[in-house]
Design a protein around this ligand. Sequence first.
Ligand code: FE2
Ligand code: FE2
Length: 474
Amino acid sequence: MINYTEKIPNNVDLGRDRVLQRALEHWQPAYLSWWYDMGPTESNAYEVYLRTAISVEPDGWAQFDYVRMPEYRWGIFLQPRDEKRQVNFGVHKGQPAWQEVPGEYRSILRRIIVTQGDTEPASVEQQRMLGMSCPSLYDLRNIFQVNVEEGRHLWAMVYLLHRYFGRDGREEAEALLARRSGDTDNPRILGAFNEPTPDWLAFYMFTFFTDRDGKFQLCALAESGFDPLSRTCRFMLTEEAHHMFVGETGVGRIIQRTCEVMKEHKVDDPAGVRALGVIDLQTIQRYLNFHYSVTLDLYGSDVSSNAANYFTTGLKGRFRETKLEDDHVLHDASYPVYEVAGNKIIAKQVPALTALNERLRDDYIGEIEDGVARWQRVIDTAGIPFRLTLPHKGFHRAIGNFAGHYISPEGEVLTEEAWKNHEAEWLPTPQDYAYVQSLMSDCVVEPGKFANWIAPPIRGINNQPLNFQYVRFN
Ligand SMILES: [Fe+2]
Ligand SMILES: [Fe+2]
């Protein structure tokens, strides 16, 4: 169980390490002041029906109750230690998993933790205005749940920095509260986390696409030979599943509502669909293209010596590393990556060690394809002849082999001019954003009511009915 009697709830016996406890108690007010500044706008007095982690056991880990978000029990929860765990890949394969940071890997490990940690508060900042335009109390509660858990994920990474990296770690923990998403002088580290999340369609796309990148990064870090990182990430993954659920069902419900209205009124042209107050499928496709492509960039360069290094040193594994059947060293293995040669995209075999970013990206794409197929089923069930497609992975990329090239969603290599001529068909335009935001000018707060542009979910949270008072305003 998690000890809630302490100021900082934890299952790491924080009370026995006074120095660490004091350092974290010093960071806590700074965190809260960040929350007051950058957390969900005007929400401090709301009572929200939230789940809080009370245990790290797979069954019964969460408890639901009304909580004011600034009073959420953020804390430090690690999956229990497996005494027999080993480093499972790379040159240290077979050694006992590290309980302390190996000296020679200290700076790269710190960088990995900081980069992961930075994404957590960034997404809270990106989403902070959305509570003002929620489509229902159910959805409002869900975004707040995602926000408080991203806050807890920041705590998880900050614990590692404080506990294992001394003074450097404390400085990094402060810097995590100082950067701001989209800030020109002090932005968040990764590109997608500096993009605005201006509306609820963008929010659901973000939680479907970008939180899933989070999942894959956490899965790779959960394989780490540095055991405290592994145990931290494993517990974070239990929370992450709900974020992706919110995204997938959110987009699915928007698609469903659009299809219902299209059928009922027998309209299919985008202008006619918009006139009925729902989001046309073409706009949904453009949002999908945008969020997919900026999220693919988060995996980094297709060929990367850093990625090889993280693996060889045992710090970051592959997706489901221990379930893979190979030597877990990858000295002689190869893996295909793609590059642009003239006006063609060609496959090239490279050493598998250098292609680990690409491999993780491909694992991710597999899961994305399944989710998009489930959205497609909603359209097919309604009998509407429209296909949602994932663009080619070279489309609209800013990092890796495709950066600087102009690839169409179908995977053709175009000139800049030809690509720009089609940009408004492929990516959301200012008019698209303006239209979507025009649907979301105010908040739907009557229990059981949903905005016109989104279908209700199939069921409520924690077996509560759809007309449950998921948020109480005070
Ligand atoms: Fe997270
Ligand atoms: Fe998340």
